[in-house]
Design a protein. Structure first.
Length: 555
């Protein structure tokens, strides 16, 4: 079966080499120099892997920050005029990649034999997949796991080529633990939260397993892929709530609560909002097996940069792109260099726009009105991630635990505030033998509109650290620990990190209209191409965009 986890295995889309570049986690050697467009900058300074010397008592918040370049979103002409107008280009490249997340890095990986420039507005690459390391403890700041790819498939070969494969740790299949009222329930789908009604749990699980085996909704869609689009569209026109009602009439309240938490964690969207096709694509593939690196998916970005270090790849961080437009036979790209406080510009034969569509609609000049409207109709939700570092060692009995309180949510706004986090991962699970400290990574989705306005309040840290302490205390008690054992809490905020995978987005063609390539010059590569926020989608769209830009056949 070919799916988003291992697409187009039979095609010539991906050709792996057999070289392995040594242990990834010997990061001092990994962090070699990387040439920039005009200046030399150490890879250590732009890598998704961030070394932090101290954790005690910090209230530093990482992630999104308000900066001058955001004025572009509401006053682009004024911003450009204020900085002297559009400048003449001072460089020419085969490909310019706008955005340094995993999709953009995947595109760069495939185009490494060309003269490539990557422009990233943040100081570090990685997008929503960054890592903080305190001594030998690695903590994800966002996306943290991948599904186990097919042996010998494209993604499996990609990990092998990057030297990553041996660093993954697989989560044993069939383990489905949760936290139920602060206590471990080791097997949710076996009915451990309500043994008297375990048949209801087994019935739903059996259906989900059957879907993965026989009726899997294959996403993202890849050009040339064979799929029953009519069936996919019909499923996409249902919300998860609609689908549950159609299949079961009703389900046990614990299962409904679990689905709510999963939707919040994975999509920052609600049970009665999300497309059934999107949910089933994610959830059933996860049941088939997942694996994680120490520090999560940010280490994939570190591996890509290691692979690119001796190529023609160049990068400018703190460079916020403000204008992209067709120019003669190529593309003109203007960016605001935040370090120099000035506009600069380059020319490219091709441009891969790997930033979200909510950015693209403001930046790309001359967008077709239909494409602009599609981008404008996409909705994004905010997200917070918290890392709680402990002084003592805690045995990570499981990798990921969804937190249930025995009550079905009724309001995204009120319930997400009171529940605080949807799930917990043990950050040291993948390298527990060598980790200096134990750490818990908490996922705090904000699955409602306009939540990003709260992310920059001066009381954000105090408010959320207080909520975390209240909700996490019984969990620490259960683990034989307490707040006296906590070294510190760090928050990471994302204002528009997740495109809402709402009902009908696929069936209506909304996403395809939004990411349609422009005159074989501008191509789109972001997880929001399909509102499907996972590494596998980033890899797929980054690969496809690179092949389009290179003029290679992937059908």
């Amino acid at each position: 079966m070919l799916d988003r986890r291992d697409f187009l295995k039979s095609s010539a889309l991906f050709s792996s080499t057999s070289s392995i570049l040594g242990p990834l986690l010997t990061s001092d050697k990994v962090m070699a120099g990387l040439r920039s467009y005009e200046r030399s900058k150490s890879l250590r300074d732009i890598s998704p892997l961030i070394n932090i010397p101290s954790f005690n008592g910090t209230n530093q918040i990482s992630g999104d920050t308000p900066d001058e370049a955001h004025e572009v979103f509401w006053n682009k002409p004024g911003f450009i005029k204020k900085h002297g107008g559009l400048p003449s280009p001072t460089g020419k490249f085969d490909i310019v990649i706008v955005g340094g997340g995993l999709a953009g890095l995947t595109a760069a990986y495939h185009a490494k034999d060309k003269n490539v420039l990557m422009l990233e507005g943040n100081p570090r690459l990685g997008g929503n997949a960054k890592v903080e390391r305190y001594k030998k403890t690695f903590m994800s700041l966002g996306s943290a796991y991948v599904t186990v790819p097919e042996e010998g498939g494209h993604i499996d070969n990609f990990f092998e080529d990057l030297g990553l494969k041996k660093h993954f740790r697989k989560i044993p299949r069939g383990q489905d633990p949760v936290l139920f009222k602060g206590e471990y329930a080791d097997s949710f789908w076996s009915g451990h939260t309500d043994p008297a009604n375990k048949d209801e749990f087994l019935k739903v699980y059996k259906k989900l397993a059957q879907i993965y085996k026989n009726e899997y909704p294959d996403l993202p869609l890849i050009p040339g892929q064979k799929i029953n689009r009519k069936a996919l569209n019909q499923l996409d026109m249902l919300t998860l709530k609609d689908w549950v009602k159609r299949e079961f009439g009703d389900i046990h309240p614990h299962i409904k609560e679990y689905f709510h938490q999963y939707c919040w964690s994975s999509f920052s969207s609600s049970y009665d909002e999300i497309s059934a096709a999107q949910f089933l694509n994610f959830f059933t593939a996860d049941l088939a097996g997942i694996q994680a690196l120490p520090g999560g998916n940010g280490m994939i970005g570190v591996g890509v940069l290691k692979k690119l270090r001796n190529s023609n790849f160049k990068v400018n961080t703190t460079s916020f792109v403000v204008d992209v437009r067709e120019h003669n036979n190529g593309v003109y790209i203007c960016f605001f260099d935040q370090s120099q406080k000035k506009l600069r510009a380059v020319l490219a034969k091709k441009c891969i726009f790997a930033a979200p569509k909510l950015v693209a609609k403001h930046i790309i000049e001359g967008l077709d009105p239909i494409q602009h409207k599609a981008m404008d109709n996409m909705v994004y939700h905010a997200y917070l991630v918290a890392n709680v570092l402990l002084k003592k060692h805690i045995d990570p009995r499981h990798y990921d635990l969804y937190s249930l309180i025995g009550k079905v949510p009724t309001s995204e706004y009120k319930d997400s505030r009171s529940r605080v986090f949807s799930d917990i991962t043990f950050a040291h699970w993948a390298n527990q033998e060598s980790a200096t400290n134990s750490a818990l990574t908490l996922y705090l989705p904000l699955p409602y509109s306009m939540a990003q306005q709260f992310l920059f309040a001066h009381t954000l840290y105090e408010k959320y650290s207080g909520r975390i302490k209240k909700r996490l205390s019984p969990v620490l008690d259960n683990l034989g620990s307490s707040w006296d054992d906590v070294k510190g809490i760090r928050l990471t905020r994302y204002g528009h990190s997740v495109a809402v995978a709402s009902r009908g987005g696929i069936a209506s063609g909304l996403y395809e209209r939004a990411h349609k390539s422009i005159n074989n010059k501008i191509f789109f590569a972001n997880q929001d191409n399909w509102a499907n926020p996972c590494f596998e989608t980033s890899f797929a769209v980054g690969t496809v965009a690179a092949y389009q830009a290179l003029g290679k056949d992937f059908s």
